[in-house]
Design a binder for this molecule. Structure first.
Ligand code: FCB
Length: 446
């Protein structure tokens, strides 16, 4: 039967998770510590001192996760590899037990008819590399390439969708400027160094994938954002362009061979440790851009200054908010996808994360009636359908997340899952949004 909901037959319907947020088994089978182990164990960094030590225990319960994905009829599962399971100190000989875990997971997914979408890095940098300077240190990019090659060799024959890394903006800016994320630094120059080395790592890994002769699709995932202008006055429209530089052009310009955005270079160029040849490596050809979208802000023009190098300020908005305090604005998803499609020659786009945190209290009968999340997903899927009709090359959509998990500095206090986790027994329980998404995947309209 053909689907009648306006989505292409070959649209990819998936769910996303990441290693540190779900796996647990933090020191099992030779896994080494990552910066998120260190950060979450540092008092005051994560709400209520939560850690990913046990998380959703997916390291042991991955079969249950695969069964849930199968029940959803998901076409794809985007997960990330914990670098320190593969290389406990970020370099040298791979740890076979770590490789075996991902190999089993990949085989299990494929047997269930689910395409594995493997992501190499979702922020959990080996602590040993951090001790040597982390992303401020150029060598980390080369260590990343080495790790990527290990993964290509081990499962490159069974995984056809690869991404180098997730949201390098967060790794650079939240990790090195605001200190909200590991490694918790607050320094502008360190942030600029991290930006460049993250991109260099991406380019080296993408190039190595091509050199290996692998045939799959290769991409980069960013949390692109372009705040809307508060008014259509030219100065606010220009401020909105400038406000999107660090979240969008800073990544897409170099990846598409255009170098770093001029305004960024004017202010931070002297701190960018660019060496001859780097920009060519960063521009290694890729097949797709993954866009993670949750919300959209609004801005107006402000005076350009040393403290406000992009000359904009946020303005109040009217939208309803999720538990993260993020505005719910599905048209923002349409706008950011259009913005990317118009300005960069990305062949294919995927929404690699979209979802919402809500309080999700179970009813007395134990059922979690998360109608807020259903509404959120419905509106955002409708926005996807709209941009496809407008000829944006959007080929798939992944919900964040399959299950409630460790939400970084918010610990387990923010729930994004289609499935809830009992944090004592680790039992999985689908919420109503799980069944909503199953029906949407099946093609029964939104
Ligand atoms: C994204 C992250 C993901 C999750 C969601 C809510 O920025 O990639 O791990 O935390 O936000």
């Amino acid at each position: 039967m053909k689907r009648q909901d306006g989505f292409p037959e070959d649209f990819v319907w998936g769910c996303s998770t990441s290693s540190y947020q779900i796996e647990g088994a933090a020191s099992e089978d030779g896994r080494g510590p990552s910066i998120w182990d260190t950060f979450s164990h540092t008092p005051g960094k994560v709400v209520q001192g939560h850690t990913g030590d046990i998380a959703c225990d997916s390291y042991h319960r991955w079969r249950e996760d695969v069964a849930l994905l199968k029940e959803l009829n998901a076409g794809a599962y985007r997960f990330s590899v914990s670098w320190t399971r593969i290389q406990p100190d970020g370099k040298g000989k791979p740890n076979q037990k770590g490789l075996d875990y991902y190999s089993r997971l990949v085989d299990g997914l494929r047997e269930a008819g689910i395409e594995p979408w493997l992501e190499l890095f979702h922020w959990d940098l080996p602590q040993a590399l951090e001790d040597a300077g982390g992303w401020r240190n150029r060598d980390t990019a080369f260590r990343f390439e080495e790790y990527a090659r290990i993964m290509y060799k081990a499962i490159g024959d069974r995984v056809e969708h690869w991404t180098s890394m997730n949201e390098p903006w967060c790794a650079a800016f939240l990790g090195h400027l605001t200190g909200e994320h590991a490694p918790g630094l607050r320094d502008r120059e360190k942030t600029s160094r991290a930006v460049h080395h993250l991109l260099l790592a991406h380019g080296l890994a993408a190039r190595a994938y091509r050199e290996g002769g692998f045939k799959g699709e290769y991409g980069l995932v960013i949390n692109a954002a372009k705040p809307r202008p508060a008014t259509l006055r030219p100065e606010d429209v220009e401020a909105s362009e400038r406000a999107s530089i660090e979240r969008t052009s800073l990544w897409l310009d170099p990846v598409f061979g255009r170098g770093y955005p001029e305004l960024f270079m004017q202010h931070f160029g002297s701190q960018m440790p660019i060496e001859p040849g780097d920009m060519d490596i960063i521009a290694a050809p890729i097949d797709f851009i993954g866009v993670n979208y949750y919300n959209e802000d609004a801005v107006r023009a402000a005076l350009l200054s040393e403290e406000n190098p992009y000359g904009f300020e946020y303005v109040p908005t009217w939208q309803r908010k999720t538990e993260m305090g993020w505005d719910i604005e599905a048209q923002g998803l349409r706008r950011i996808l259009m913005h990317i499609a118009r300005n960069w020659p990305a062949k294919v786009l995927y929404v690699t994360e979209n979802g919402a945190a809500f309080a999700d209290a179970p009813s007395p009968d134990g059922v979690i009636r998360d109608y807020d999340r259903i509404e959120y997903l419905r509106e955002h899927l409708a926005a996807c359908r709209q941009v496809i009709a407008d000829e944006v090359p959007l080929k798939g959509y992944f919900v964040w997340s399959l299950m409630d998990n460790f939400e970084w500095s918010f610990g387990y206090t923010r729930k994004f899952g289609l499935v809830s986790i009992d944090h004592i027994t680790k039992a999985r329980r689908p919420k109503l949004s799980f069944y909503y998404y199953r029906d949407a995947i099946a093609g029964f309209g939104l």
